[in-house]
Design a protein around this ligand. Sequence first.
Ligand code: BG6
Ligand code: MG
Length: 212
Amino acid sequence: MKYRGVIFDLDGVICSTDEYHYLAWKALADRLNIPFDRERNNLLRGVSRAASLNIILEKSDQTYTDEEKAALAEEKNTLYRELLGNMSTTDLSDDVKITLEALRKTDLKLAIGSSSKNTPFILERIGLGNFFDAIADGNCITHSKPSPEVFLKAAEMISFPPQNCLVVEDAHAGVEAAIAGGFDCAAIGDARDDEQARWHLSRFSDILKCLE
Ligand code: BG6
Ligand code: MG
């Protein structure tokens, strides 16, 4: 088999925290009277917190200082963490759970490659705190997707070159990052039809077909 490792994005791939990101950004945008909807939200997938805020503020007629921006990002994160606080093991879908269990029985190394600084907290909430062989996340990178940095870090952690790793992504920025790093990408959800991806998944368990 070509692949020796699988690197999963977290938000929108392993769990539906992408919806909580949307709700928290939406509450902030509404408070600031900035237009923001689900279509615009898709631009934030895979993008860091600070870069996401800048995309939202593009639609504002006000300018914000760096200090104000830092406070707004913190406000969003507080709201987001409140929503995450309600998550539990029941937030892991059967599709994801059963597939991860099947993959765990193979020789494949399994890693997370996420832009989120909340990755350890989320994995703990959904009962996957000790599941993965490696976790590369927003806490250990300088450049968020579409830079390949987080995936290169994950590959390094599991000691396989990009050519031997499959990246699973729901964001166009993430697919771009995978390709830039020399990885094959399996696209799901919002990015499913991304032409740069080698595989197009209708459901999480379709990953098993890419690994046959
Ligand atoms: C990514 C999400 O996984 O993490 C983005 O797709 C989010 O929407 C980014 O902005 C950063 O997340 P956090 O939890 O550090 O604010
Ligand atoms: Mg994602």
